[in-house]
Structures are given as C-alpha cells and as structure tokens.
Write a protein that binds this ligand. Structure first.
Ligand SMILES: [Zn+2]
Length: 192
C-alpha cells in the first residue's frame, strides 16, 4: 500500500450527523449546511453550482494543511505532456475546491504553482533538471466572486510565463506539465 492509498482511506466525520467523508474540505463544507441554525441565521453561505468532478474535487487532493486549516495545499497530477488545452482544463478543475474553500473560510488568498520541464528545441534530450516551478500572482477570493473568470485570468497569466520562459533566448520549449498545486490561506480583509 503506497502513501496515496493510505491517505485515501482516511475519513473525516461530520461533527453533527457523523456522516463520513474521504476529503476534509467536503466534510467541512457539509458541516456548514448540517450545522443547526437559528431561523434568522442566513449567514454568508451561498449555494453554488459546483464544477464537474464535484465529490472528487476535480482531482485536486489535499497534500498539506496547517494551523487548523488556516492554510492548505492541493495538488493535481497532470498528464506529463505539453498540451495547453489539457492544462487549461486542469485549471478549470480547481473551481470546485475554490468554491468550497471560500465557503468554509469566508475569505482567502490563493495562488497556483505549476511544476513543469522544458527541453531544448534543438536537442530533445536536454531537459531542465530540476523541473521549473512557475507561480501565479496571488488572488483574493471572497464569497460571490466569479471563480470561472478568475481561473481563466490565472491560466492566461501562466501561459504568459511559459511564453516568457520560451522566449528568453535559451531555446527552451515546454516539455511536460507535471503537477499543479493550489495554495490557499485564510484571509479576511476586515481583520487585517
Ligand atoms: Zn452532517
């Protein structure tokens, strides 16, 4: 049994109804709606239409969290090719996680880190080692934001960074997109 399999057996239970979840954010999101509420408590919760891969969170798996979920890192494994359509679709898959995370936090900052390799255009055997990590600018996430638009912006930013790397004069071209990390930290503008 490898680490991934052990991790996937971990369960989280709702503190109200004891329902089990294999993913932490799914449990916390469920608790928001399961929590007993006073009739006049409308709260900040928004019922949103989640993206595809709802239960599996678009295959973004939590790999790290700290300070009682103050920060969390998700990772999606990519297809190890240089297909930018696939890459765009991977960014779109982050929609569900962002929508759930903002619901349980009420405010956050987030950015992506893309791990990829480049190869020399003139010699396919020369590959960047270690792989290159490109980070997107931090984005602010609040309930009610249009995360589809924001993800589109973020994706265009990363394409630009790839272009910049390829046109820096060293003759590199994108080779394999490996992993996409999504890093989220709680951030509420009115408390800082
Ligand atoms: Zn429950």
């Amino acid at each position: 049994m490898n680490d991934d399999e052990i991790k996937s057996l971990k369960t989280y239970s709702c503190k109200y109804c004891k329902k089990n979840f294999s993913r932490s954010v799914n449990c916390r999101y469920h608790e928001l709606h399961c929590r007993p509420r006073k009739p006049d408590d409308v709260g900040y919760r928004h019922d949103v239409q989640f993206g595809r891969g709802h239960e599996r969170n678009g295959d973004f798996e939590e790999i790290k969290q700290g300070l009682d979920h103050l920060f969390v890192t998700y990772r999606k494994k990519l297809t190890h090719d240089s297909d930018t359509d696939q890459l765009q679709s991977a960014f779109k898959d982050a929609l569900t996680v962002l929508q759930k995370e903002v619901a349980v936090r009420s405010g956050m900052k987030y950015y992506f880190a893309l791990k990829l390799t480049f190869r020399k255009a003139i010699d396919a055997n020369v590959i960047t080692e270690p792989p290159v990590v490109l980070q997107t600018d931090p984005m602010r996430g609040l309930p009610g934001n249009n995360y589809e638009n924001d993800l589109d912006k973020v994706f265009k930013g990363i394409l630009q960074q790839i272009d910049d790397f390829e046109s820096n004069g060293s003759g590199w071209v994108a080779h394999e997109f490996q992993t996409l990390d999504l890093k989220i930290v709680t951030y509420t503008p009115w408390t800082s």
